[in-house]
Ligand binder design. Structure first.
Ligand code: SF4
Length: 437
């Protein structure tokens, strides 16, 4: 096969003989025939063997949750002005996310979904899906699937899709893809395939076309009259968030580069609120800030972890691999973060005096945060203390945020300011500066 504009030159990752090879190559061929450039195309995949193809495409690629790639693709397509959004979905994903396909067809989102129907869940061991034809044998149903399957093309056509087709995935079906990709609204192509590892093994000698025919799944095209395409009208006149802020700059931060802070506490300890206040205070001091929260699904119990990045430059990625500063105020926060604290080779760990200091390469400073401010305000007091000893962001900026946060804010801020004065502290700014430079 000649080199493609749309694909890397690496061999595709699928099992020998898997029909996914053809789907990928014909997708690339069809896109090329339409004169599209790789970066005008977004490929959305999800869970399944097809989903491992992302790094082989030179287009934009987005990987979604199982069965949700059509919903994800619909959102992307609705917000884009041009180009092409192509979604890959397995028959398992189509079963899980059937409602998304129906909605895409009904609303006429401008995208093409390719359903790679190899009649089983290939990645997870060959379980039958709702599209697996009755009688088709899989590892989980070696005697053949007993329940009836449904006809996806008919369902999506009934839901109003402009273009639906079913093709045999063993031949050159790139012409069908050219046709589908050229539809302004929603189009879907079901490619009936063979999984050589499970499908062929359990149904030896059966041809893909025969299986489809015997199941009443005819190859063909079903059309509905064109209708208006669903697009979002976005306000594109808005400036970049990197340039605009609704928080007025009133203070001056001394931080020159970037600081990653982990705050670990418990539910009810206002950890997330405290971290958000510090993020706002940092922005009000001329910095960029991001904040991410992690907590159990049962939000009223267990750990509560906040990750903050404060930086002089725009923050393009909001994750922290290893923090420069960790602030730990409860046993839950400590046990959740212990691994990460162990990875700190330097920096600063502020930890409540009632907790055992973990093994870490960070400089450890203990203070009675909980005893002084109570469990509800220990995280806030610890963050105020951090600002006091590092001088990265003015303490006054965070006190101001606390004052503005609620009706009781001025009283809380005044009490915390007094409690901060009770904590001993020398400047540790050099300790943190070493890490952030
Ligand atoms: S397990 Fe089946 S579907 Fe997955 S790559 Fe192998 S042949 Fe293809």
């Amino acid at each position: 096969m000649a080199e493609s504009l749309f694909l890397s030159t690496k061999p595709l990752p699928f099992c020998p003989g898997c029909s996914h090879h053809l789907v990928v190559r014909h997708t690339a061929k069809a896109l090329e025939q339409l004169g599209l450039k790789p970066l005008e195309v977004v490929l959305v995949t999800d869970i399944g063997c097809h989903g491992i193809v992302d790094p082989y495409f030179r287009t934009h690629t987005v990987h979604g949750l199982h069965g949700r790639s059509s919903a994800l693709g619909a959102g992307i397509a609705a917000a884009r002005k041009g180009g092409k959004v192509v979604v890959y979905l397995g028959d398992g994903g189509a079963s899980i996310g059937l409602q998304h396909l129906i909605e895409c067809a009904r609303m006429n989102f401008p995208l093409t979904v390719l359903v790679l129907n190899n009649m089983l869940y290939g990645m997870t061991g060959g379980q039958p899906s709702s599209l697996t034809p009755c009688g088709f044998r899989t590892p989980l149903r070696p005697e053949g699937k007993l329940e009836p399957h449904y006809d996806l093309c008919r369902i999506v056509h009934s839901a109003g899709a402009e273009y639906v087709s079913r093709v045999n995935g063993t031949g050159d079906f790139s012409a069908a893809l050219v046709e589908a990709f050229g539809i302004p609204g929603f189009s879907l192509v079901e490619v009936v395939e063979t999984c050589t590892s499970y499908g062929l093994k359990f149904n030896p000698g059966q041809k893909t076309g025969e299986i489809a025919h015997n199941a009443g799944l005819e190859f063909g095209v079903w059309r509905n009259p064109g209708k208006s395409v669903f697009r979002l009208s976005l306000n594109t006149n808005r400036g970049s968030l990197f340039k605009e802020s609704s928080i007025a700059v009133q203070w001056t931060a001394k931080l020159q580069n970037r600081l990653g802070i982990l705050v670990g506490g418990s539910a009810g300890g206002r950890v997330q609120q405290a971290a958000e206040m510090l993020a706002r205070a940092s922005i009000a001091s001329g910095l960029y800030a991001t904040k991410k929260g992690t907590y159990p699904v049962t939000v009223g119990t267990g750990y509560s972890i906040a990750e903050l990045i404060l930086a002089r430059q725009p923050i393009r990625y909001s994750g922290i691999e290893v923090p420069e500063v960790a602030v730990i105020v409860s046993p839950d926060g400590l046990s959740y973060s212990e691994g990460l604290l162990g990875e700190m080779k330097g920096g600063l760990l502020l930890i409540d005096e009632a907790l055992n200091s973990p093994s870490t390469g960070a400089k450890v400073v203990t203070q009675p945060f909980v005893k002084t401010a109570g469990t509800k305000n220990a995280a806030l007091l610890a963050l105020l203390y951090l600002l006091k000893i590092t001088e990265t962001v003015p303490v006054a900026a965070l006190l101001n945020e606390i004052k503005m946060a609620s009706r009781e804010g001025p009283e809380v801020a005044s009490r915390l300011e007094k409690q901060l004065g009770q904590l001993e502290g020398k400047s540790d700014s050099n300790e943190v500066a070493k890490e952030r430079d």
